[in-house]
Write a protein that binds this ligand. Structure first.
Ligand code: NAD
Ligand code: UFG
Length: 331
């Protein structure tokens, strides 16, 4: 089956490309490299031992996208392409609404024109806003307080409306928790531009000596040790979750949390990283970061029951693989 993977050169898209190929799917990637590098194509070819079909196009470019659908008999789409920084979206809302909404609308129009009815969408735990964990798919979405989160809510609603209006449209909306780690080869992973916002890449860069210390944002939350708790999921488990969603796609709209169901505090993650890799991660305890919540973790029973999928890799493996990639790839 031919699957179009938009954003396939990015962090989650590249790992999902590997998982799809390993499961027998044929992948066509469309990515404008706005947050990735063409070297990922080569690395994917090394990992999968095959040539990849890659289009350097903007998914919001209708003609370029129609050309891809004319060249290949696309049977399903996994849509990763989009911008993903919460803080950047607050500074540049229009930039986020333009890219994340127009790319999705253009893609959906082209899917309709070419009668492609299988769609998997990258959403985020951020849509749950202030709901209290464990977070379940049935919860009402609350305002997300940032334009990035709003784009995810809006795309979810568009997809749900389309599924209601078209009998044969199948869509899986996957709400990711905190993806970390990298492929075991160390060839692909998360390579953020500039100073990382997210915890794991920052921890890796401190271990490497790129920054003196990690700033831990808040030690006075109502959590086991006062630091923020998140549901970290190995990116390879997340990638396999996409294959499970595609394999089990049926008509209508389906929402799934992809996480481990376990919360890990910032301090626990730092200690796990030190233990897994025999390195030191010095840190300072700082004030809370604006906009952060105390705890976020998934109820993963729906994905387990309906997709037969669970995350297998533990926090030590996540830390080990993140460090292997960091050592290989960053200055
Ligand atoms: P990423 O930035 O590494 O990958 C996104 C890819 O899409 C990049 O390669 C980029 O070049 C490409 N892209 C962006 N806009 C495009 C466009 N208009 N046309 C073509 N290509 C375009 O991000 P990621 O971490 O792999 O995230 C993938 C998806 O998952 C995003 O939609 C993101 O919002 C969502 N998500 C990510 C996280 C996370 O923590 N990483 C959490 C929840 C949801
Ligand atoms: N943290 C630090 N120091 C840092 C970075 C983070 O202490 O330098 C803490 C945060 O305060 C938080 C935890 O580490 O308690 C995790 O923070 P991240 O920035 O790694 O992740 P978030 O949970 O804030 O957000 C991430 C993505 C969002 C996505 C969300 C849920 O960045 O896009 O997970 O999927 F919506």
């Amino acid at each position: 089956m031919n699957i179009l993977v938009t954003g396939g050169a990015g962090y989650i898209g590249s790992h999902t490309t590997v998982a799809l190929i390993e499961s027998g799917y044929n992948v066509i990637i469309a990515d404008n490299l706005s947050n990735s590098s063409i070297s990922t194509k080569k690395n994917l070819e090394t990992i999968t031992n095959q040539e990849l079909t890659f289009y350097n196009i903007d998914v919001a470019d209708n003609n370029a996208l129609e050309n891809v659908f004319s060249n290949h008999h696309i049977e399903g789409v996994i849509h990763f392409a989009g911008y993903k920084s919460v803080s950047e979206s607050v500074e540049k809302p229009l930039y986020y609404y333009n890219n994340n909404l127009i790319s999705t609308l253009t893609l959906l129009n082209v899917c309709e024109k070419f009668s492609v009815n299988k769609f998997v969408f990258s959403s985020s735990a951020t849509v749950y806003g202030d709901n209290k964990p464990p977070l379940t798919e049935k919860m009402l979405l609350s305002p997300t307080k940032n334009p990035y989160g709003e784009t995810k809510v809006m795309c979810e609603r568009m997809l749900s409306d389309i599924a209601k209006s078209k009998e044969h449209f199948s869509v899986a909306i996957l709400r990711y928790f905190n993806p970390v780690g990298a492929h075991e080869s160390g060839l692909i992973g998360e390579a953020p531009n500039g100073i990382p916002n997210n915890l794991m890449p920052f921890v890796s860069q401190v271990a490497k000596g790129k920054h003196k210390k990690l700033n831990i944002f808040g030690d006075d939350y109502q959590t086991l040790d006062g630091t923020g708790v998140r549901d970290y999921i190995h990116v390879v488990d997340l990638a396999i979750g996409h294959v499970a969603a595609l394999d089990n796609l049926t008509n209508g709209v389906h929402y799934y949390n992809l996480g481990t169901g376990r919360g890990t505090s910032v301090l626990e993650l730092v200690k796990a990283f030190e233990r897994a890799n025999d390195v030191e991660v010095p840190y300072d305890l700082m004030d809370r970061r604006p906009g952060d919540i105390a705890e976020c973790y998934a109820d993963v029973s729906k994905a387990e029951k309906e997709l037969g999928w669970t995350a297998k890799r533990d926090i030590i493996e996540m830390c080990r693989d993140a460090w292997r990639f960091e050592k290989k790839h960053h200055i």
